[in-house]
Design a protein around this ligand. Structure first.
Ligand code: FE
Ligand code: FE
Ligand code: ZN
Length: 276
């Protein structure tokens, strides 16, 4: 069965995320640990969290993804911003220890014209400070579109980060289909070659999740504007091949398309119909 869900709002608590996911016929989900722009977090309601954990098991939700705020920049040129990123990372990882089978997905960083290599070293430094030995959560580096000074729009940049992580078993990758297409990887007409390249450079065993999005822009545009499934440049044929690819089909797929719950429900219906 296709493991699919969408990005759900966490503003009405944890159990509401389960209700929303069941409503759209999902069996996995992604949520923001805090306000995606400001990084502010609400106080954790432990009763709600306990209920959430119980229900998740009951409904067979496999790995779920927590998305770090966009405002995090581990490779900032300002130490103040890196301190902020470090603190958020630490406190989110601490919270996620209470949520079994979690992935913590984040955007590797923006190099702010310091150059990719300096940025990569800064990212590695913080990751090695915050990842701890007995941690249950796997951290996911998201593949990026290469907008502005984003780090992580080519597989080798992600590999260079992973190579220097002390606890390598705590790190994986989340492939965003809109981002990789915008970054210039031809998942539209040659998915298998892109996966071969991923495997050669990073290793497919590191690939833990897919952000399933269409793109408003053609391959290589470096724009990062998500489109509804089948309405963009990636298109339904390529998306059909992605969800049915033997190397991908068992991963959790998360929709981050511009939709309300009704729209997600329709997309999931369409995708479940295509899934073999
Ligand atoms: Fe993201
Ligand atoms: Fe994404
Ligand atoms: Zn995006």
């Amino acid at each position: 069965m296709l493991n699919i869900g969408c990005h759900v709002s966490s503003s009405n608590g944890y159990t509401q995320m389960i209700k929303d996911t069941l409503y759209i016929d999902g069996n996995t989900l992604q949520w923001f640990s805090r306000n995606p722009k400001s990084g502010q977090a609400k106080e954790v309601d432990l009763t709600d969290l306990e209920e959430f954990n119980k229900k998740r098991v009951e409904y067979g939700f496999v790995n779920i993804i927590c998305h770090a705020p966009y405002s995090l920049n581990l490779s900032s040129d300002k130490e103040k911003n890196r301190d902020f990123a470090r603190e958020i990372f630490k406190s989110d990882l601490e919270l996620l220890e209470k949520i079994p089978n979690s992935y913590y997905n984040f955007h590797p960083g923006n190099h702010m014209n310091q150059g990719i290599e300096v940025a990569i070293d800064k990212i590695i430094e913080i990751l090695n400070e915050v990842i701890f030995e007995n941690q249950k959560t796997i951290i996911l580096l998201e593949t990026m579109a290469g907008k502005g000074t984003e780090v992580g729009s080519c597989f080798s940049e992600l590999k260079n980060i992973i190579d220097k992580i002390k606890y390598k078993d705590k790190i994986g990758v989340c492939l965003d289909t809109c981002h990789v297409s915008d970054a210039g990887y031809d998942i539209i007409s040659d998915l298998d070659s892109v996966l071969d390249e991923f495997d050669k450079i990073i290793g497919l065993d590191r690939l833990k999740a897919i952000h399933l999005n269409d793109s408003m822009n053609p391959m290589g545009s470096h724009k990062d504007r998500h489109e509804k499934i089948g309405k963009g440049y990636i298109g339904i044929d390529a998306i059909n091949k992605i969800i049915n690819n033997p190397r991908l089909k068992n991963l959790p797929f998360i929709l981050e398309t511009p939709n309300d719950l009704e729209g997600y429900k329709e997309e999931i219906k369409l995708l479940r119909g295509l899934s073999k």
